[in-house]
Write a protein that binds this ligand. Structure first.
Ligand SMILES: [Zn+2]
Ligand SMILES: [Zn+2]
Length: 145
């Protein structure tokens, strides 16, 4: 199911600002924060208030259509997520983010957390940092540290 169908089925209107904001994130390979989205919209000649950008992102986030991605500089950005269990890996050099499939690899860790803390684990927040293939090549050429 695409996000438009999902949004309509959840009873939300497919407004022009919502379409534009999602399109920006779909085309981005780096996480976008509300300010960046606001600025990109203005460059397209769309004057949407920052509060509306925040509200739209909140809605998408609450419906699970986008994910928060924590950038190496500490800023939080957003990117669309596929349905199902996914996480992101973010390049520490160029901040490009890629989604990967979540799996049952966490079971061992979850079991250990339960034994240590006696908490019942119900959810998790997981993200990796690394170097993307392009930046690995830059590193080999000595262009970055
Ligand atoms: Zn990179
Ligand atoms: Zn996971």
């Amino acid at each position: 199911m695409d996000w438009q169908t999902f949004l309509s089925k959840a009873g939300y209107r497919l407004s022009e600002p919502r379409k534009r904001i999602m399109k920006l994130m779909e085309m981005a390979d780096k996480p976008l924060n509300p300010l960046a989205i606001h600025r990109l919209l203005r460059e397209q000649g769309v004057h949407l208030g920052l509060v509306s950008v925040y509200r739209t992102l909140e809605l998408f986030f609450s419906l699970g259509l986008i994910s928060q991605v924590f950038q190496p500089d500490g800023l939080v950005g957003y990117l669309p997520v596929s349905f199902g269990h996914h996480h992101f890996i973010v390049c520490q050099n160029c901040h490009k983010a890629v989604e990967f499939l979540g799996s049952e690899d966490m079971q061992e860790l979850i079991q250990r957390i339960h034994s240590e803390t006696h908490y019942q684990v119900r959810d998790h927040l997981l993200q990796f940092y690394g170097l993307c293939p392009e930046c690995q090549a830059l590193l080999e050429n000595g262009d970055i540290n």
